[in-house]
Design a protein around this ligand. Structure first.
Ligand code: PXP
Length: 236
């Protein structure tokens, strides 16, 4: 299973002083050296952590895949097609949220998502849609022409006991349905070194995007060790 390391919170720490340290580009290169299969960043409309300069530098510096999370806006459409990363992941964005709160409601934004996917494809960029584990989202994702879905594991990560088991079942069913539709299946949000284990067992999921738990561990033991520990858990 591939690991995409989300380095947004390296930039969060930098923005706390609005200086240069720590540098997300250095973090990305260390993550790659430790075995990450890709680097993910969320270029938010409010630029609260990752900046335009970061995505431009990452585009040229990393040797794995750059995945940029973005909202479906005209500004992001321009950046995605000009920068042409390996992939963009479309996410909903609310200015006051602490982090992405839920999946993109694809059926409600079908026309805009379809047009965005077409624009990215004409620039040679793959498109993944961050969606809640619901059948209608899978069907709408397929209809939009997207290449992949990233299943939102946030509800699973927050749940405990029987609720967590239910959420896990929902994720497994949606992963199977999406793979049967020919979509590549990714997952992420709220995953850590403990709750990731049952997700790794879902064979249709080929990649996880993990940020906060890896950067948190990296702040104590270093990026190399934090990424290696997660890569080891994802080995099937
Ligand atoms: N996937 C998506 C679409 C996200 O928005 C985020 C958070 O930026 C992540 C994965 C990573 O979540 P976490 O930081 O909780 O691992």
């Amino acid at each position: 299973m591939r690991l995409g390391v989300n380095i947004d919170h390296i930039a969060t720490l930098r923005q706390a002083r609005k200086g240069h340290d720590p540098d997300p580009i250095a973090a990305a290169l260390l993550a790659e050296m430790a075995g990450a299969h890709g680097i993910t960043v969320h270029l938010r409309g409010d630029r609260r952590h990752i900046q335009d300069r970061d995505v431009e530098l990452l585009r040229n510096a990393i040797s794995t895949r750059l995945n940029i999370e973005m909202a479906v806006t005209e500004e992001m459409g321009r950046i995605g097609s000009e920068l042409a990363p390996h992939q963009v992941t479309l996410v909903p964005e609310r200015p006051q949220e602490l982090t992405t709160e839920g999946g993109l409601d694809v059926p409600s934004h079908a026309a805009a998502v379809h047009a965005f996917v077409a624009r990215m494809h004409s620039a040679g960029v793959l498109v993944s849609l961050f969606v809640d584990p619901r059948p209608e989202q899978v069907h709408a994702a397929k209809a939009s022409g997207a290449d992949a879905i990233e299943i939102n594991t946030g509800q699973y990560a927050e749940a405990t006991g029987a609720r967590a088991a239910e959420e896990l079942k929902r994720i497994a069913e949606i992963a199977r349905a999406a793979a049967a539709e020919g979509l590549e299946v990714l997952a992420g949000h709220g995953l850590n070194y403990v709750n990731v284990i049952p997700i790794v067992a879902i064979t249709e999921i080929v990649e996880l995007n993990i940020g906060h738990s890896i950067v948190s561990r990296a702040s104590l033991v270093g990026m190399d060790r934090a990424v290696r520990d997660m890569v080891a858990l994802l080995g099937r």
